[in-house]
Design a protein around this ligand. Structure first.
Ligand code: ASP
Ligand code: MG
Length: 402
């Protein structure tokens, strides 16, 4: 007998048929004698629809507190419907809102962090042999006000329950059947991974793999909760996310593309000590996250600095640099949006030279110019022209996986 936590995303419970499909998956595990706690998201596009409704009333800024009252309603609907489906199948079940399941959060409406999960109620229901259906993405703060955890937060709710209840398994069901070596819609021969480490998953999630919410992976790593990502539509095994995985033949776990990138270039800066400090200090103070940085060699007393930011931050970054004008000379300041970032990720590359060379060779063979490079222990990223992004994704993937 095991304690299983299962999370189902919005698409997995989008309509009555899917709700029954999920109910059957749950009941199958319960029938084997397991205890089952389920976390669900709001059905389909419910959360987006609720946000739209708020805009109709107050397009500018409805209070974050009332937004949370509104958005938590989405999950309230799905837990009730799923519980009813399980009742209909004839099994004991109870639905719980976030606060009933013991989710205490901080007071940051819309992006609340979980402080603790009081497991008393869940344990009592398990003792009564009930299947528990918990509303994801929500909790309650110290003022007894409803909070939400940020978009995609139900994954985090599931991991938090698995950690607090010391569950044997934490399964995240979605509409894809696992984590792939690249986007299967764009790259033929993208392969499903049996296993991936938390760190690799975190890199791939930020790079847009979009299977698991980042905070949920961080939380899983912190509490060492092994995750399984699998499909709710096909009954087959998925991808396991854990601390260490067995070495596979390939050193690379995946190749990802990110087009949410802009490159800002400051040309002809005075080559003095402290210049880079002033640029990046100003950006940091404005909360602008910088990804890659490139500084040219000085010539004639000047140098160039380029860096990449999220595309939505590029206007902010430009005005932040222009605001430095006093005592800060440069010839030109420009931004480019027609760029993309291609990254290879894999814990194995750390101890194996040649991964970068192989990636650059693949790009060279396709005549794709590299504008910037950055490396970490488990990742190599390059900035290229956006129009070559899909091509680059394919050729780099092919270099490592064929
Ligand atoms: N329903 C919420 C959202 O759409 C939470 C979730 O799906 O995890 O962001
Ligand atoms: Mg959702």
């Amino acid at each position: 007998m095991a304690l299983m936590v299962k999370k189902f995303g919005g698409s997995s419970v989008a309509n009555a048929e899917r709700v029954f499909n999920v109910a059957n998956i749950i009941v199958d595990d319960y029938k084997k004698g397991n205890n089952v706690i389920v976390v669900v998201s709001a059905q389909g596009d419910t959360t987006d629809d609720l946000i739209e409704k708020a805009r109709e009333i107050n397009p500018d800024n409805p209070s974050k507190r009332e937004m949370d009252v509104l958005l938590t309603a989405g999950e309230q609907i799905s837990i009730a419907l799923l519980a009813m489906a399980i009742e209909k199948l004839g099994y004991p079940v109870i639905s719980l809102l976030g606060w009933q399941a013991g989710f205490n959060t901080n007071t940051n409406h819309g992006t609340a962090r979980i402080n603790s999960v009081n497991t008393d109620r869940m344990k009592a229901e398990i003792d009564k042999k009930k299947i528990i259906i918990v509303a994801g993405f929500q909790g309650i703060n110290k003022y007894d006000d409803l909070t939400t955890l940020g978009r995609g937060g139900s994954d985090t709710s599931a991991v938090a329950i698995a950690a607090a209840m010391n569950a044997d398994r934490c399964q995240i069901y979605t509409d894809v059947d696992g984590v792939y070596t690249s986007d299967p819609r764009k790259v033929k021969n993208a392969q499903k991974l049996e296993e991936i480490t938390y760190d690799e998953m975190l890199e791939l999630a930020t790079l847009g793999a979009q299977v698991l919410n980042n905070r949920s992976v961080e939380l899983a790593k912190k509490h060492n909760v092994e995750l399984e990502v699998l499909s709710s539509l096909e009954r087959k095994s998925g991808t396991i996310v854990k601390e260490k995985v067995k070495m596979e033949k390939t050193l690379i776990r995946g190749v990802a593309k990110d087009t949410d990138v802009s490159v800002i270039s400051i040309i002809g800066l005075k080559d003095n000590p402290g210049t880079a400090f002033r640029v990046f200090n100003a950006l940091a103070q404005n909360n602008i996250e910088v990804d890659m940085i490139l500084q040219s060699v000085g010539r004639d007393g000047t140098k160039d600095i380029s860096f990449s930011v999220k595309r939505s931050e590029s206007a902010n970054a430009l005005s932040c640099i222009s605001a430095l004008k006093d005592n800060f000379e440069y010839v030109d300041l420009k931004s480019a949006d027609d760029v993309a970032k291609i990254s290879t990720v894999g814990a194995g590359m750390e101890s194996h030279p040649g991964v970068a060379a192989k990636m650059f060779e693949a790009l060279f063979d396709s005549n794709i110019n590299i504008q910037m490079i950055s490396t970490s222990e488990i990742k190599i990223s390059v900035i290229i022209e956006e129009k070559y992004a899909d091509k680059a994704l394919s050729v780099v993937h092919e270099a490592f996986f064929n």
